[in-house]
Design a binder for this molecule. Structure first.
Ligand SMILES: [Zn+2]
Length: 334
């Protein structure tokens, strides 16, 4: 938990979109979450379609290296040292890929704007403002798998996509933390690196003989980098949420949450679980299993991410960043 008091993000619920193709057990009301909604009655909340955050800290001179995880720094340097990686990516990431992705999003998702899911739009604008980054386009896609992703193709406006499964699982504050995580990828140019590395990995498989070996090595290196990049972006999420419990709650829900039990989940117990994982994996056999469990993963284990962000929230580095923050108020829209 951060030691500096923060204002609470006070969001009323968005209208839940019609559940086309999603199981009825996934229907969920955000008003059941025990998040600080003030003393308004549920009826008042429904009437006031507003984003009400009295004040927060924004980081106007924030640079990606201010919050980049040391492992991310280290692994980014390794990727940068691979000859031709950037050039290859730039050649292959042409306008065709860009056009395909754009048409795919426009054709199959909902583009969030001032006039479309405006509350969600405001949540994104706020997060971008706090992180001192330009807000990308945001799309909501019909998909029960809780997920969010981002793509940045150089020269064009990047975009973030969130699945409806995630919208239903998270509170607005948690959803904003996810958007902030995605903004972290953009701020750190992760999207570009990830795409470059993916392309090279695919290309390496076509080299006879050595191809598989090269690809496997590169893939491991890529995943190592990506796991580190995820830790950086969890920090971006914390910089926006300004409450480590919000970020940890997201990780907990991604590990085993579903709408019907979401209001019973306990962040502190999940953190305790993370500590027990560390203990259980500290023996030689435990270490081997832990290594095997994580080596091929694109994302670090949720428990490890939770412990990592909890540690960072108590660090001097984070506290110093908070001191650089400027109080800003977001406009309330009634
Ligand atoms: Zn990520």
């Amino acid at each position: 938990m951060a030691s500096i008091p923060f204002s609470s993000l006070c969001l009323t619920r968005l209208p839940v979109p019609p559940g086309i193709g999603s199981p009825s057990s996934h229907r969920f009301s955000f008003t059941t979450f025990p998040i600080g909604f003030g003393n308004e009655s549920p009826a008042t909340k429904r009437i006031r379609s507003s984003v009400c955050r009295a004040a927060s800290l924004a980081f106007r001179d924030l640079d990606a290296d201010d919050f980049r995880h040391p492992l991310d720094k280290q692994n980014t340097m390794i990727l940068r040292a691979i000859p031709g990686l950037s050039e290859l990516g730039k050649v292959l990431l042409g306008t065709v890929t860009e056009q395909v992705m754009l048409l795919e999003n426009i054709g199959t998702s909902i583009l969030v704007s001032e006039n479309q899911l405006s509350e969600l739009h405001q949540v994104m604008i706020e997060a971008a403002k706090v992180l001192n980054v330009e807000a990308p386009d945001l799309y909501v896609r019909q998909n029960p798998v809780p997920n969010a992703y981002t793509l940045a193709i150089s020269g064009k406006k990047p975009f973030v996509v969130v699945h409806t499964g995630l919208v239903e699982l998270l509170t607005r504050k948690e959803l904003q933390a996810v958007l902030a995580h995605e903004l972290g990828h953009l701020k750190c140019d992760h999207g570009v690196w990830l795409t470059f590395a993916n392309i090279l990995t695919l290309g390496a498989y076509t080299v006879p003989g050595l191809g598989g070996f090269l690809a496997q090595n590169l893939e491991e290196q890529l995943f190592r980098w990506l796991r580190a990049a995820e830790l950086t972006c969890d920090r971006a999420a914390l910089l926006v949420a300004q409450d480590s419990k919000v970020v940890i709650s997201v990780l907990m829900k991604l590990a085993g949450g579903c709408p019907s039990i979401a209001d019973q989940l306990n962040v502190d117990a999940f953190l305790e679980q993370a500590r027990s994982y560390d203990k259980a994996s500290s023996s030689p056999i435990g270490w081997y299993i832990r290594n095997a469990q994580t080596r091929q993963l694109s994302h670090p284990l949720p428990v490890l991410r939770a412990r990592e962000i909890d540690d960072w929230s108590k660090s001097q580095e984070y506290k110093n960043l908070l001191k650089r923050g400027t109080k800003i108020s977001f406009v309330e829209t009634a």
